[in-house]
Structures are given as structure tokens and as C-alpha cells.
Design a protein around this ligand. Structure first.
Ligand code: PPS
Length: 286
């Protein structure tokens, strides 16, 4: 029998590594410290790329840590069972990651001055990336076709819920000084300037050659070859379908154009316009 996703507060989650009671406990009890730096994304928006960059900014480009500690230990996901445990004992200043929509993220977010980086990506590329990734891993219900996944995505019935709600929720913080909004597209188009922007936001001063190292060690190729960042360790615990893809898939903007039919592209545009009409469109750089 195939396993079903788990559900919490009307949202689907992977059936391995998540526990509704723990997420409820985290919502009530997890304290976001002022020194924490939060990476917040809807899945498949470039989360791990940003985490790699944050780790490298802290090490001034030195790759020792990123090549010896798994990425999910360096910046644990607060909503996972193991991430929540790791965060309890992690020394400050912590890197914390989450894919949770804001309304179920630990409520201490509303009273903290911790730095929050929200990384957004063209949802069409998020959809395509998610379709491949969730069929590659063994801990989420599979979907038979891109068309099936397309409809689930528009209805907010993929894991972690609706992209549209996720963006709406977290962008409600966008005028706060401790909130930085980034896009995968700008990171891709001008990685150096975006890294400098992140350094400025964090109050970190790196020399040009240190930024060069951050760039080099967080490149798509470097991450693809780094087993602490490319999720190949999941094969050791039998959580991926070998030979059915990879976490570091393409790493480009606009791959949706190679996948959507004309009908799907038109439908997506229509839904996007309807659901995102209330936000300034210049927030979306794709
Ligand atoms: S997850 O599973 O939600 O945490 O995935 P996430 O890290 O958010 O997103 C995975 C996509 O990001 C791409 N990626 C990169 N692109 C460019 N440069 C670098 N260094 C990089 N690292 C990860 C990764 O390839 C996934 O996108 P797709 O489109 O599937 O290739």
C-alpha cells in the first residue's frame, strides 16, 4: 500500500520526518532568538542555495564546514522532527530554515527582531522543480503526470500548501527592517550583487576575494558535487528513487517554458493575476 502525505492545519506534509503534534508544539513554544537568521521559502525556491551562501558568508568563503556538515544540520528546518531537536541544542547565532506558511510558523516570529530572508521564485519554475523532486524522493505521495501536479499546485494541495498563500502571508512582513525579500531570479542573474545585498542586510563585511570564494563554493556545479549539500546522503537511508533525477536538477530560470502547454501557461497566468492582484506587481521580477 502506498503511504499518504500527512495533514496538519489543512496542509499536506511529507509522511517521513514530520509530526503534527511537534509542529503544534513548535508553534506554541519555539523561541526565535534575536541573533537567529531565518531562511524562509516555499519549497523549490532555491532554499539550499541561500543556506549555502549564508554558511559561506559566515565562514568568509571557507568551504570546510559546508563540505563536512550536512546542510540540514547547518540550518535545521524547524518543522521537521530532527530539525526541531537540533535547534534546541544549537549554539547562537543560529541559521534556521522553514518552508512553513507564516500562520503556522512558531508565533514568536511576531515579536522577534531576528533577521528573516524570504526567497521567492517564479511559481511556474517552483511547480516544475517540485513535480520532479517530489517524484524523485520516497517521502511524498507521487503524482502521475505534470498535468495532475499542475492542478494540485494551483489548488494549494501540494506539500506545504498554496504558493499563493505562502507568499501573501510572509510578504505581510515586507516593510519590517528585519525582513529581506529576495528572488531566485535576481540571485541567478547577478549573484555577486545579491550576495553583497545579503551581507549588507546581515551587517557582514567581506573582502572582494572572500565574496569570490562564496560565489565559487555556492555555484550550481560546486553544490552538485558537494555531498553535504546535494542530498545524495538520502540514498543511504533509502529515501530517493535512484536513477530518477537529482536534487541539483537544472538550476535555471524559465524551465517552465520547456514544460507547460499553451493551455497550462494561460491558465497559470489567469490564476496568478486573480490571486496576486492585491500585491504590487513589481515585487515579482520574473
Ligand atoms: S527544497 O527541497 O525545497 O529545499 O529545494 P530548494 O533548495 O528550495 O530548491 C531546489 C532548486 O534550487 C536549485 N538550486 C540552485 N540553482 C542555482 N544555483 C545553485 N547553486 C542552486 N542550488 C540549488 C535546484 O537545482 C532546484 O531547482 P531545479 O529547477 O529543480 O533545478
Amino acid at each position: 500500500m502506498t503511504q499518504k502525505n500527512i495533514w496538519y492545519e489543512g496542509i499536506a506534509f511529507p509522511f517521513v520526518g514530520f509530526n503534527p503534534e511537534l509542529m503544534r508544539k513548535a508553534y506554541e513554544e519555539f523561541v526565535v532568538n534575536e541573533e537567529d537568521v531565518l531562511t524562509v521559502t516555499f519549497p523549490k525556491s532555491g532554499t539550499n542555495w541561500l543556506i549555502e551562501i549564508l554558511c559561506l558568508i559566515r565562514s568568509k568563503g571557507d568551504a570546510t564546514q559546508i563540505q563536512s556538515v550536512p546542510i540540514w544540520v547547518r540550518s535545521p528546518w524547524v518543522e521537521t522532527v530532527s530539525g526541531y531537536e537540533d535547534l534546541k541544542t544549537m549554539e547562537s547565532p543560529r541559521l534556521v530554515s522553514t518552508h512553513l506558511p507564516i500562520h503556522i510558523f512558531p508565533k514568536s516570529i511576531h515579536t522577534t527582531k531576528a533577521k528573516v530572508i524570504y526567497l521567492m521564485r517564479n511559481p511556474r519554475d517552483v511547480l516544475v522543480s517540485g513535480y520532479y523532486f517530489w517524484n524523485y524522493v520516497k517521502f511524498v505521495e507521487n503524482t502521475k503526470s505534470l498535468q495532475e501536479y499542475f492542478e494540485l499546485f494551483l489548488d494549494g494541495n501540494v506539500v506545504f500548501g498554496s504558493w499563493f498563500d505562502h507568499v501573501h502571508g510572509w510578504l505581510s512582513l515586507r516593510d519590517q527592517k528585519n525582513f529581506l525579500l529576495l528572488s531566485y531570479e535576481e540571485l541567478k542573474q547577478d549573484t555577486r550583487s545579491t550576495i553583497e545585498k545579503i551581507c549588507h542586510f546581515l551587517g557582514e563585511k567581506l573582502e572582494p576575494e572572500e565574496i569570490n570564494l562564496v560565489l565559487k563554493n555556492s555555484s550550481f556545479q560546486a553544490m552538485k558535487e558537494n555531498k553535504m549539500s546535494n542530498y545524495s546522503l538520502l540514498s543511504e537511508v533509502d529515501l530517493i528513487h535512484e536513477g530518477h533525477g537529482s536534487f541539483m536538477r537544472k538550476g535555471i530560470s524559465g524551465d517552465w517554458k520547456n514544460h507547460f502547454t499553451v493551455t497550462q501557461a494561460e491558465k497559470f497566468d489567469k490564476v496568478f493575476k486573480e490571486k496576486m492582484a492585491d500585491l504590487p506587481q513589481e515585487l515579482f521580477p520574473w
